[in-house]
Design a protein around this ligand. Structure first.
Ligand code: SF4
Length: 192
């Protein structure tokens, strides 16, 4: 049995979860989980993959190295003790067709923003991470000028060095949902 202070924190946490989960019913979220921030797996190796395989590397404030080092990203996340992890899915004709796959990202981004708003309305400070690189501006201001829409911009989960397959496993969320189904991940870090 915890102290009355611990019980009160636990009860406030439960209230927040109930409120968020009720509002989630209106959104196309497939799976979700509540984690502690310290359960999020980080690795510099993810950034090496960004650098060697992603054409967006070094072209956006939402991607490395614009987001900062993995240590800086990790420190930023550490200011938010709670993590809400979720997925949305989209069906495509051919999941190997990057253009078709990326065209489904906007809908996921909108859901991510709506969930972030739910947390904000509940009085939480948030740090939201989404899938892939920011596409708000036709041409990103990186590196010549600061981000034009810092409040709206959602950094890519992998850009922070987060190992998404391991995160999915910890969260008990499917990493893939079948052939020609795109699974998009989102993370809302939050604190009251
Ligand atoms: S909002 Fe614009 S400037 Fe900021 S990361 Fe996105 S594309 Fe770049």
């Amino acid at each position: 049995m915890g102290t009355s202070k611990e019980n009160s924190i636990e009860s406030r946490k439960k209230d927040l979860q109930n409120m968020v989960e009720e509002k989630l019913q209106e959104l196309p979220v497939v799976q979700y989980a509540w984690l502690d921030e310290e359960e999020i797996p980080f690795s510099g190796r993810v950034r090496e993959i960004c650098q060697s395989e992603c054409p967006r590397y070094g072209t956006s404030w939402s991607c490395p190295p614009g987001v900062g080092t993995v240590e800086e990203c990790r420190d930023r996340c550490a200011g938010f003790p709670g993590a809400f992890v979720f997925t949305t899915i989209a069906e495509v004709m051919d999941a190997a067709d990057m253009e078709e796959t990326l065209a489904t990202r906007g809908a996921h981004e909108e859901v991510t923003k709506e969930i972030r708003e739910i947390f904000r309305e509940a009085g939480c400070r948030t740090l939201a991470l989404s899938a892939d690189s920011c596409a708000i501006c036709d041409k990103c201001a990186y590196p010549d000028a600061p981000c034009r829409h810092l409040e709206r911009m959602l950094p890519c989960i992998e850009s922070y060095g987060i190992i998404v397959p391991e995160l999915a496993q910890k969260a008990g969320i499917e990493f893939m949902n079948g052939a020609n189904i795109v699974t998009w991940f989102g993370v809302i870090l939050f604190t009251k």
